[in-house]
Ligand binder design. Structure first.
Ligand SMILES: [Zn+2]
Length: 195
């Protein structure tokens, strides 16, 4: 009943985070009802994305055709501060507050008991290299979610940072426990991160 190409696309959509089979079908039927121009634009954009995608060599935020992201290459940013976030979406949330003018570092996840630690270990190593190399860095803000899950990552970061002469800032209480950065209201977040 279902052509194999449909199934193949559903399998792809179903593998996206937070998308289940039902939503995958819904997205699929929505997409095939859009006009051809939209569908072509969609594919073209993804084509460009896949071909030119890069990750910033300083902070790991995705970039296009460049090895430095816009923030890291912006000379007006305060280079004495690094804000460590777990996910890219947390960086976007903090940028949208329009208060923080320092730099970032994206961990790409958290240290979790049953998950592959390769990416995060690699990035922590890179963070150390950055701190060794860049003596302008005076302050690191640990903008990790205030969840139990994030504790091992926070401890590991504090351990790493303790061997540098750097001010470590962690979000103040006041953020609801269990608070994911992207779901905290802007005013609370500004206050918690002391921005
Ligand atoms: Zn960057």
């Amino acid at each position: 009943m279902v052509p194999p190409i449909f199934k193949k696309i559903i399998q792809i959509l179903d593998s996206f985070p937070e998308i289940g089979p039902r939503q995958a079908w819904r997205l699929f039927f929505w997409f095939i009802k859009q006009d051809k121009k939209f569908q072509e634009k969609f594919l073209e954009s993804f084509d460009v994305l896949i071909k030119d995608l890069n990750f910033c060599k300083e902070c790991y935020f995705p970039t296009i055709e460049s090895d430095l992201c816009e923030i890291c290459s912006d000379k007006r940013r305060d280079r004495s501060k690094i804000c460590v976030v777990s996910r890219e979406t947390d960086l976007i949330t903090i940028e949208n507050l329009k208060r923080y003018r320092g730099l970032y570092f994206v961990l790409g996840g958290l240290i979790l008991p049953f998950e592959d630690k390769k990416i995060i270990e690699e990035r922590l190593k890179k963070l150390k290299e950055r701190l060794d190399k860049d003596k302008n860095i005076k302050e690191v803000i640990l903008a990790l979610p205030l969840t139990k899950e994030a504790e091992p990552t926070r401890k590991e970061l504090e351990k790493i940072l303790s061997s540098y002469n750097i001010i470590i800032k962690t979000p103040k209480r006041g953020i609801p426990t269990g608070g994911e950065i992207e779901f905290i209201d802007p005013e609370t977040l500004k206050e918690a991160l002391d921005l």
